[in-house]
Design a protein around this ligand. Structure first.
Ligand SMILES: Nc1nc2c(c(=O)[nH]1)N[C@H]1C(S)=C(S)[C@@H](COP(=O)(O)OP(=O)(O)OC[C@H]3O[C@@H](n4cnc5c(=O)[nH]c(N)nc54)[C@H](O)[C@@H]3O)O[C@H]1N2
Ligand SMILES: Nc1nc2c(c(=O)[nH]1)N[C@H]1C(S)=C(S)[C@@H](COP(=O)(O)OP(=O)(O)OC[C@H]3O[C@@H](n4cnc5c(=O)[nH]c(N)nc54)[C@H](O)[C@@H]3O)O[C@H]1N2
Ligand code: SF4
Ligand SMILES: [Mo]
Length: 739
């Protein structure tokens, strides 16, 4: 038996752990943590350990599916692309480019093809109807970074391994393993923080696993973090505790900020947040006094009604306490594939360059809010969405009011899905194009090294030969079909054009490779796939790159690949002011859109929320949004799709542990077993998302056997954070009664 051992990064969540995969005769038989990985040091979770099971899952598609009369049947790759070529161009011709929408799901960010090779397809389609999981997730953070720092991608991360005080709002990294903060073994790193004398404070309506292991837990009322953060800033101003330090020369608008936040005090916000003013003052003082501190917010500060204000408030506190860009504070990562900084002066960030057709919602980062996708499909008129391309997504389970979206999708003229499963969304597809399994593709975490708490990089070779085309080829062929070049056009054309455009920028005036010959550079690129050659170009131009011979010791794809456990360049280093890209060249503390939205926040002070129950979300270590529920080892054990209810509420409503409850919101209703626990705050109930696998046509036998219910049958597509278009997934008013 031929036994081989391979090292690779786990592509399932943002922690990007290094894995050690054992293969026997072409079958992955074991996945362990890679003890030699300098970043993850052997850590892994049950999901990473299941990569072999994912590869082997009989329900995972190995060949395309095409809709015959009624149902989906297996087809050849030629047939599948011919079918797209038969159906897609006529829709574009007859109804224009906005008639074709695109939805990009979360796993795109864990995949080189999704990160580096979507552009050709999107540029060919040039549709205004671009949607992604970002507007059910982190879009508010992009907006706040865009407005504060001029770059939506300039997201400071807590310097976890060096900070003295970490304040987590609305994140549960002991379960999620961290998000917008890449740190394998987040739990171990939190333990280390406390072991070295640091403090951990968690603000969450639920006593989560993370909150339970913190020094202090503040059980805030859902949706009110922006008020809390504003009040903390006011304390810093009032008590003369603002210490900008070296940031002083880089900050604009501190005086105006003080004035704008003055109405928000620990006392004025207490009724809304449910937090004692003294506790809020004490936390603000601790933040000011700590040698270093980082405020960090995640989904509970993002997918909420004041998502952008809360995301902004997090970094406002980091700035006011002098912690931005300081070791132990909130620092900007610097990934190996990122071109050198050109700031601090730049064009800044613009919102709302166009608006959605039906609800007039503003564009953000080239996207529209996914909460309005159903409107755009259902509402007749010029620009109505008639076709949808989904790539690595399952919006029927993951976006608000999915009952409605599910119905809308069944009316589409064409749905093309790039996805390895027939899930709740892709069951509506006319064509499904499955990508290879993670073990069949090479990997580099372009998104997450840009959010990592150390400067690390890893390139993982494919471990097993792919059964079908690589995902970059699928995307290139879709681009060619959409461009009218037909199903047989050569995908190499797409690579040539993509490289030409990028090389043109890099070698052009002011570019990092200014004056070099693009043809010569292209000829020297290494890599087996188009995305690998693209990555080589980025690495060679990045902070450690060889600049095509200018630094003979510098990084190339091949040199990175020679380190199977990865390269660790050390802790984060300061990046200000170069990372800024604002018109003033400074951090704009009070940008106009934020100032305007503060009046909405002030109104929340006047009218504290009514008394009823509100729903928040939660995650489980063995889940991954809506997928991975089809692997027996991950799916087994206690039922996870339960409604957590506080004992007082349970008593009042006549709910008993284990009994079914009917949960109703403005838009829908589900029936789900109750779990009575004092971990949730009174007035708050929690339900995980990503369940509801009992829809007809889904081909996921293990998941369908324990389907659970979809929490997004309850979330409301009308409720958005207005600046970012992010859906409100936490703080949903619901009524609960025994079923
Ligand atoms: N109520 C509520 N709703 C939520 C959330 C919440 O907290 N509460 N969280 C939100 C968040 S943060 C997110 S990110 C979204 C996620 O929302 P989505 O991205 O829509 O959903 P996922 O479950 O991540 O969908 C992943 C799909 O990608 C496929 N896939 C996996 N690997 C690959 C691959 O390599 N290539 C391709 N092409 N496909 C692949 C899977 O089969 C699956 O169908 O859900 C959001 N929805
Ligand atoms: N095991 C597992 N890991 C995952 C995922 C998964 O599905 N399963 N999904 C991945 C993805 S796509 C993402 S984006 C990340 C998300 O990573 P996290 O944000 O760390 O994970 P969540 O569990 O959604 O944590 C959100 C927390 O916010 C709290 N909350 C709700 N409303 C409020 C509020 O108004 N204020 C405050 N302060 N808190 C509130 C909730 O109780 C919850 O504890 O996780 C990633 N990792
Ligand atoms: S924590 Fe995330 S990256 Fe690490 S093994 Fe688990 S799923 Fe993979
Ligand atoms: Mo997410």
């Amino acid at each position: 038996m031929a036994r081989t051992v391979h090292f690779r990064a786990c592509p399932l969540c943002e922690a990007v752990c290094g894995l050690r995969v054992t293969v026997d005769d072409g079958r992955p038989v074991r996945v362990d943590g890679d003890a030699e990985d300098p970043f993850s040091r052997g850590y892994l979770c049950p999901k990473g350990a299941s990569l072999g099971a994912l590869h082997a899952d009989p329900d995972r598609l190995r060949a395309p599916l095409v809709r015959g009369p009624g149902s989906l049947r297996e087809a050849s790759w030629e047939e599948a692309f011919a079918e797209v070529a038969r159906r897609l161009p006529p829709i574009l011709e007859a109804h224009g480019r906005d008639a074709v929408a695109v939805y990009l799901g979360n796993p795109n960010t864990h995949n080189l093809a999704g990160l580096l090779y979507l552009r050709p397809l999107l540029q060919t389609l040039r549709t205004k109807n671009l949607y992604s999981a970002s507007t059910v997730d982190q879009m508010p953070k992009h907006v706040s970074s865009g407005l504060l720092f001029g770059r939506p991608g300039a997201i400071p991360v807590p310097d976890l391994d060096r900070t003295d005080l970490l304040v987590i709002l609305g994140g549960n990294p002991r379960v999620s393993n961290g998000s917008l903060c890449t740190a394998p073994d987040f739990p171990g790193r939190l333990d280390a923080l406390r072991a070295r004398g640091g403090r951990l404070v968690v603000v969450d309506p639920v006593r989560t696993e993370t909150a339970a292991a913190a020094d202090l837990h503040l059980p805030i009322r859902p949706g009110t973090d922006a008020l809390l953060l504003a009040a903390m800033a006011t304390v810093l101003f009032e008590e003369d505790r603002v210490r900008l330090g070296p940031l002083a020369e880089l900050v604009d608008g501190a005086a105006a900020l003080r004035e704008a936040l003055a109405p928000f005090t620990p006392e004025s916000t207490a009724a809304a947040t449910g937090l004692a003013p003294e506790a809020v003052r004490a936390l603000a003082r601790d933040l000011a006094d700590a040698p270093s501190a980082a405020v960090y917010g995640r989904l509970g500060t993002s997918a909420v009604a004041f998502g952008t204000l809360a995301s902004w408030g997090v970094d406002v506190l980091n700035v006011l306490t002098g912690n931005v860009d300081r070791p132990g504070g909130a620092m900007f990562p610097w990934p190996d594939h990122e071109a050198p900084d050109r700031g601090p002066v730049g064009r800044g960030f613009t919102l709302g360059r166009w608006r959605s057709r039906v609800r007039g919602l503003p564009e953000v980062k080239g996207e529209l809010p996914v909460a309005t996708l159903a409107d755009e499909i259902e509402t007749p008129g010029p620009g109505q969405v008639r076709a949808l391309i989904t790539i690595a997504g399952n919006p029927v389970l993951t976006t608000p009011n999915t009952g409605r979206l599910d119905r809308a999708l069944s009316g589409l003229e064409l749905l093309v899905a790039v996805d390895p499963y027939v899930n709740e969304t892709t069951r509506h597809a006319h064509v499904i194009l499955p990508p290879p399994s993670p073990l069949e593709r090479s990997h580099y975490d372009a998104a997450f090294y840009g959010l990592a708490v150390r400067r690390v990089a890893r390139f993982s070779e494919a471990i097993l030969p792919a059964a079908g085309p690589q995902e970059d080829e699928l995307l290139a062929r879709l681009a060619l079909v959409a461009g009218g070049a037909g199903a047989d056009a050569d995908p190499a054309m797409v690579e040539a054009l993509t490289l030409q455009a990028l090389l043109g920028k890099l070698t052009g005036a002011g570019g990092p490779l200014e004056g070099r010959d693009p043809d010569e550079l292209r000829a020297g690129l290494e890599g087996d796939r188009p995305v690998e050659r693209l990555l080589d170009l980025l690495l060679r131009t990045g902070p450690h790159g060889d600049r095509f011979g200018a630094d003979p010791e510098g990084l190339t794809l091949r040199r990175l690949a020679a380190h199977p456990h990865g390269i660790d360049h050390g802790p984060l280093v300061p990046r200000l002011p170069g990372i800024l890209s604002t018109p003033s060249g400074k951090i704009d503390l009070l940008p106009a859109p934020i100032r305007e939205d503060l009046s909405r926040l002030a109104a929340a002070l006047e009218a504290p929320p009514a008394g009823g129950l509100v729903l928040v979300g939660r995650r489980h270590l063995r889940s991954n949004n809506s997928w991975m529920h089809n692997l027996p080892k991950l799916a087994s054990g206690k039922a996870r799709c339960t409604l957590r209810v506080h004992p007082e509420d349970a008593r009042r409503l006549g709910l008993e542990d284990g009994q079914a409850a009917r949960v109703r919101s403005r838009v829908g209703e589900v029936t789900v077993p109750v779990e009575v626990t004092d971990a949730v705050r009174p007035g708050v109930v929690s339900l995980p998302h990503g369940f509801g696998h009992d829809l007809p046509g889904v081909r996921a036998r293990v998941a369908a056997a324990r389907p659970g219910v979809s929490s997004n049958r309850l979330t409301d597509e009308a409720a958005l954070d207005p600046l970012s278009g992010d859906a409100v997934l936490n703080g949903i008013p619901v009524e609960v009664a025994p079923a």
